[in-house]
Design a protein around this ligand. Structure first.
Ligand SMILES: O=C(O)CCC(=O)c1ccccc1C(=O)O
Ligand SMILES: [Mg+2]
Length: 350
């Protein structure tokens, strides 16, 4: 097999705030494996704080490309074992290649038996004031979204409460609202915020406390009865630890941060077995990784709304989107494999 990587640097239309700071651009590498004319695409888009550094990622993919060119995919995976973004690229390219060789869409190749044509997604609203948030939420409602995720935790509690209430007012009672604090609150602040929000029905609160405070998350879950979603906690704690701590109702799975679709899918299935809802999201990835995440979500029948409507945050992308958002759903590509050639795409789109 022949493998090559190309660097990219994609600016966001407007920066998104997270626990690890502001995301303004997404840099990474697209990877293509060619095996006798059949290709497999991968993408590594590291996000420091969530994955390895850019330099560690570049070194890892470079090593993996060398192993792939020596026809040793197992060695390629081994060299990126502890580099989640790099492993994401290598494992995705190999999975895409396999699915393409088998002439089946990637989500089927991941183990799904039925046909899935759409995956519900949430609209993502950043740390904007109540009026802008309400306008964005109202627009999302008009576009067909049935779930909205709002970033909180960057303002005084009362201000965040106003923002959440403004969004609820804008969308009415039938849209699920999720809030994501990215670990910003102390135990006391989270208790206060969730008490003030008790009149507003929330689908869940995502990472209200820092990643390592599993005991606090379990306590908050018990105390408030609000569904607790863990995101950052998954970077430093295994599924078994989280389950053992009784800390989660929902797990937010980011294939880029977890090291690939295969790893994320295993956690999703473990979670479901324990009655925990998996939700698939991205780290604001390029189209190759985003399409992979859509396939992963499609391989989990009946999945809740996922955080996959992130393509619109990018001012530029690697290629046209094979999984566009329509009426609050990602359309699942039914071509063989992933459904995109990324930067290797021909000008005509396929
Ligand atoms: O889940 C979504 O709706 C979008 C993805 C998102 O919010 C995100 C994007 C990059 C880094 C972290 C996060 C997060 O969920 O905290
Ligand atoms: Mg989150």
């Amino acid at each position: 097999m022949d493998a090559e990587m190309v660097a990219f640097d994609l600016p966001l239309t407007s920066p998104l705030s997270t626990a690890a700071g502001w995301i303004e651009r997404r840099e990474g590498w697209a990877l293509r494996i060619d095996s006798g004319g059949t290709t497999g695409l991968g993408e590594a888009t590291p996000l420091p704080g969530w994955t390895e550094s850019l330099s560690a990622c570049r070194a890892g993919i470079t090593d993996a490309v060398e192993q792939l060119n020596a026809d040793d995919p197992a060695a390629a995976l081994a060299v990126v074992e502890e580099l989640p973004a790099a492993r994401h690229a290598v494992s995705l390219a190999l999975a895409d290649l396999r699915a393409t060789e088998n002439d089946e869409p990637l989500y089927r190749s991941l183990g799904s038996v039925g046909r899935t044509t759409r995956v519900p997604v949430n609209a993502t609203i950043g740390d904007v004031g109540p009026d802008v948030a309400a306008t964005a939420a109202h627009e999302a409602l008009g576009e067909g979204f049935r779930a909205i995720k709002l970033k909180v935790g960057n303002r005084p509690i009362e201000k965040d409460v106003d923002r959440v209430e403004a969004v609820r007012e804008a969308v009415g009672p039938n849209v699920a609202i999720r809030v994501d604090a990215n670990g910003a609150w102390s135990r006391e602040q989270a208790r206060h915020a969730l008490t003030l929000l008790s009149g507003t029905i929330l689908d869940y609160v995502e990472q209200p406390l820092e990643a390592d405070d599993l005991a606090g998350l379990a306590e908050l879950r018990e105390l408030t009865g609000i569904d607790m979603a863990l995101d950052e906690s998954l970077a430093s704690h295994s599924f078994e630890e989280i389950q053992g701590a009784d800390a989660a109702d929902v797990l937010v799975l980011k294939p880029m941060a977890l090291g690939g679709l295969d790893r994320a899918r295993r956690i999703a299935r473990d979670a479901r077995r324990e009655g925990i809802r998996p939700v698939i999201t991205t780290t604001i990835d390029g189209v190759v990784a985003r399409a992979g995440a859509v396939h992963l979500a499609a391989s989990l029948p009946g999945i809740d709304a996922c955080g996959l409507a992130t393509g619109g945050m990018l001012a530029e992308d690697l290629a046209a989107d094979p999984a566009p958002i329509e009426e609050g759903n990602a359309v699942v590509p039914q071509y063989a494999g992933l459904g995109t050639q990324g930067p290797w795409e021909r000008g005509d789109g396929r």
